[in-house]
Design a protein around this ligand. Structure first.
Ligand SMILES: [Zn+2]
Ligand SMILES: [Zn+2]
Length: 183
């Protein structure tokens, strides 16, 4: 892989730098690429669906790919707006499987939907797990039956809080295979 390959993080709308910086540190422990905070974009109004009053995650994925800088192996969008895909009432995030882009919403992970914000550390851990999960999909990993694995599908926040932030042994092997194939 080219030496300049990196994983870029891009905020859509306001995301605290503290959160992005915490993510860089955590993601560095898992992914063998430099992690870079890219210039932020405005709120993703192009993805807004007035009927649902939510934002279509696929539109953000396409925008991420369109605007990815050279050498950006993966690009992760972070936003505070509530995301959806047509068949689900909401999603915490979505990714291309496999592909270049992933997006994660802080809306429900931070408790913004309930009006009761969760403590910073709890929120950052949730966002971290979701980012690792969605990045896993971009490396062709699918949902894992091991409930403790970061690639297990989280139906709710409780599961996100309980699962680990790492790939299980099985998913780690698949991840290494994907890297070897330069996916
Ligand atoms: Zn998933
Ligand atoms: Zn797994």
């Amino acid at each position: 892989m080219p030496e300049e390959s990196f994983i870029g993080l891009r905020a859509y709308g306001q995301i605290d730098l503290d959160i992005l910086e915490a993510l860089v540190i955590e993601l560095n422990q898992i992914f063998p690429f430099p992690i870079t905070i890219l210039e932020g974009c405005g709120s993703p109004e192009f993805a807004y669906n007035p009927a649902r009053q939510q934002y279509l995650s696929k539109a953000i994925l396409e925008d991420l790919v369109r605007k990815a800088p050279p050498g950006c192996k993966r690009i992760v969008g972070l936003t505070e707006v509530d995301l959806f895909i047509p068949i689900l009432t909401y999603v915490y995030g979505e990714a291309m499987l496999p592909g270049q882009a992933a997006v994660v919403s802080l809306y429900r992970l931070s408790g913004k939907d309930t009006g009761t914000p969760v403590p910073f550390d709890v929120m950052v851990q949730r966002v971290f797990k979701e980012v690792v999960h969605e990045l896993g999909h971009t490396f062709n990993l699918v949902h894992c039956d091991d409930n403790n694995c970061v690639m297990s599908f989280a139906h709710d926040l409780e599961h996100i809080d309980q699962k680990s932030d790492r790939f299980c042994r099985y998913c780690s092997v698949l991840f290494s295979d994907a890297l070897r194939q330069s996916l």
